[in-house]
Design a protein around this ligand. Structure first.
Ligand code: SF4
Ligand code: FES
Length: 363
């Protein structure tokens, strides 16, 4: 039997990728390049058990994500079970094709919060990035339905070369939609985005101008809209504390039930991830080799282990370290102390100047 270990905190958050199916084709999708098919998705009963196990493990907040989670006809049942378990539910949706009746049903089931993605602040640009004509108008309709039900709304805008200059318009759109919060989320370059780096990375000047506009809007809109934004990795001095540390605060369950320390963990080869169909979440969280691999500080290279920031950023992102250096146990190359930092800067500058097209996400 697994007993909680005092040196390992209980997780607070769970990202449930209920399905990888999605009507959109965003070229920076956080799903893996090898998408999981409908035939391998967990059934309703198993998902309901997983949420019960998560609550028993100490999870407080679940992010119901995808793909597009509303593609699952059992979503209302899942929301209702989470509400029974006192789990705070955040539905992460592309917001195309959900009827008013279904939004009402989800609100009745106890949904707490909706996070709606927006690809760009105009119909033409939004639908181009999403790869779906008509998506923008449906998203505006979704925003209306969600706020009309009194549900708190966050707009999530993933920022890249094709929309970075329109950040002011994105902020205006969030206000017009009645969102309480806007996430300005610069692309993280793993998976699909790594494949499309040369088609997505913005030049440094555009990033600086974007951050200045965000700072000015924060002041202007204080009390109306909360704006979350961080400097994108490739132009920062230090890495972000990815996931709050590997196996420290939260985990991800894929459509087929694999439990991952982060959404991109499968980009690191040679790690076997356990499945909820075979082991309990508790057992996986405390005892699996995958969660213990980069937990704490003992795995760290000397540079991080002896650094005063090791409990602030935890050595950065393991997936990014692997993507750039070929080793997941390296210091995140974003760090200005890393011997790979100059190489990363050169690569970002070259990719930003490349002006390549991107490929859309697809099965
Ligand atoms: Fe963070 Fe490691 Fe860089 Fe220190 S050396 S700032 S711990 S990534
Ligand atoms: Fe995997 Fe950062 S995305 S550790």
């Amino acid at each position: 039997m697994t007993v909680p270990r005092p040196d390992i905190p209980a997780p607070m958050g769970m990202l449930a990728e209920l399905t990888h199916r999605c009507p959109l084709k965003c070229p920076y999708c956080s799903n893996p390049v090898d998408l999981e098919r409908r035939s391998s998705e967990l059934d309703t009963e198993t998902w309901l058990r997983v949420f019960s196990e998560a609550a028993a493990l100490g999870v407080l907040q679940v992010h119901l994500s995808g793909g597009e989670p509303t593609a699952r006809p059992d979503l209302e049942q899942i929301v209702a079970r989470c509400a029974d378990l006192n789990l705070y539910t955040n539905l992460i949706t592309a917001g195309v094709g959900v009827t008013a009746a279904r939004w009402q049903a989800m609100a009745d089931a106890g949904l707490d919060h909706v996070q709606l993605s927006i690809q760009a602040p105009t119909a033409a640009a939004n639908d181009f990035v999403a790869g779906l004509p008509g998506a923008f108008d449906k998203k505006l309709e979704t925003a209306k339905q969600v706020t009309g039900l009194g549900l708190p709304l966050t707009l999530n805008a993933v920022i890249h070369r094709h929309n970075i200059d329109a950040v002011d318009e994105t902020i205006e759109l969030a206000v017009a939609c009645g969102a309480r919060r806007l996430e300005i989320a610069h692309v993280q370059y793993y998976g699909w985005a790594a494949k499309n780096r040369q088609g997505l990375i913005p030049p440094k000047e555009a990033v600086v101008a974007c951050m200045e506009k965000v700072d000015a809007a924060r002041e202007r809109l204080a009390g109306t809209l909360v704006i979350d934004a961080v400097v994108p990795d490739y132009y920062a001095r230090f890495p972000k504390p990815c996931m709050g540390g590997w196996g420290a605060r939260s985990f991800n369950v894929t459509p087929s039930g694999k439990v991952l320390p982060c959404h991109a963990a499968e980009t690191i080869p040679g790690i076997e991830y356990e499945n909820v169909s075979i082991r309990t979440l508790k057992n996986i969280w405390y005892d699996s080799a995958s969660f213990n691999k980069y937990r704490g500080t003992s795995w760290m290279p000397d540079l991080c282990r002896t650094c005063e920031r090791r409990d602030i950023d935890f050595g950065g992102c393991r997936c990014q370290a692997f993507a750039i250096t070929g080793r997941a146990d390296e210091t995140d190359p974003v760090c200005e102390k890393s011997t790979h930092r100059a190489e990363l800067t050169r690569m970002a500058e070259a990719d930003a100047a490349a002006q390549e097209n991107f490929v859309y996400r697809a099965f």
